[in-house]
Design a protein around this ligand. Sequence first.
Ligand code: NZQ
Ligand code: ZN
Length: 390
Amino acid sequence: MLGKFVYSNPTKLYFGENSLENLPQELACYGKNVMLVYGGGSIKKNGIYENVVKLLRDGGKTVFEDAGVMPNPTLEKLYEGCRIAKENKVDLILAVGGGSVCDYAKAVSVSAYCETDPWEKYYLRMEAVDNKIIPVGCVLTMVGTGSEMNAGSVITNEKTKQKIGHVFEDEKIMPRFSILNPRFTMTLPHYQMTAGIYDIFNHICEQYFSDTDDNTSDYISEGLMRSLIHSSKIANKDPQDYEARSNIMWTATWALNTLVACGKSTDWMVHMLGQAVGGYTNATHGMTLAAVSLPYYRHIMPYGLEKFKRFAVNVWGVDASEKEDREIAEEGLAAMESWMKELGLVMNLSELGVTEEMIEGIADVTIVFDTGYKKLDRTEIIDIFRESLI
Ligand code: NZQ
Ligand code: ZN
């Protein structure tokens, strides 16, 4: 393990059935004014809203609602949230929903008191926060992003078709607490459940496919991936299987709370390609990743062959005896492809509404990192998008 790192994660987690009963003790730590942030209404249908509002009222809170946070939250919505937070001097932002709601809450948290335009400051110039931060707490209802225990926040600028994530350095931007009840995820449509599962898997891949040193983080990643593959197959057949859903929830949190990035340079190019597609199409995050992953990984495999071979053997159980390295690595990706198809993931960009004519424009907004096994140039990006089309 050759890299240097600092590890600190202050988010307090309450995990399991009935974990919502811990909300009052957390609410007691903050002032009276609570901004309740949620999405398009799923929490009203499944009863979570009613339970949370009762606990807020019992705790003597004045509640300011900010509903309608859309999947892939927009900059326009962020400006609205900042107004609500500032006008009402909120003491806590309580996010009840999936990654979009949690990400949005964090964006409001750092932007409400920002004196310049938050899009330019945080998403274009990637500056650190130097103004007041409003604390955020989460009640998670959709599993995938890891937003419940990280400092990431992804916002989409619809005008420029840019979808950009900022992983803030300051740990005060991480949720102060997150309530994780696997039962709350049971009402998710199958499409969202599997998109979330692939998001988790890809978060681990993004951190695993970099560097060549012997690193404990990679061994942890392999364990997380094996657990996820196992539980996802069970949940795919029976979404009401609590044990499988709880394992998936826990894996999601560890997949992106910085642990498995310790000592790693990390890649993140599948996310850059997927986010560029998301900015153009507003497609579901996990599905954008699924659609571009195999063309991307097959393209970079020769540059990180040792790791792809290890992935095949340690994650997918490929028998390596009497085979060439490349053959072993390819068998690993083939096993991954079968699993993705078994889950019913979207395997091409056409299904997400991407056309050949859009590809140049999507390539224009693709951010390129140089920390994985191969730095992509524009031609390679366009080739990968073309291969992902069908
Ligand atoms: O809006 P409602 O009505 O709540 O419906 C949501 C939404 O339509 C629904 N849903 C959530 N919980 C439900 C439910 N439906 C029924 N029952 C429930 N219990 O699911 C839909 C998708 O929700 P969303 O929050 O958009 O999904 P997800 O958690 O995948 O979040 C996606 C956003 O997170 C960003 C993505 O880019 C995207 O903007 N990401 C954030 C990251 C981070 N903070 O580190 C990293 C990720 O890579 C990702 O980029
Ligand atoms: Zn993701």
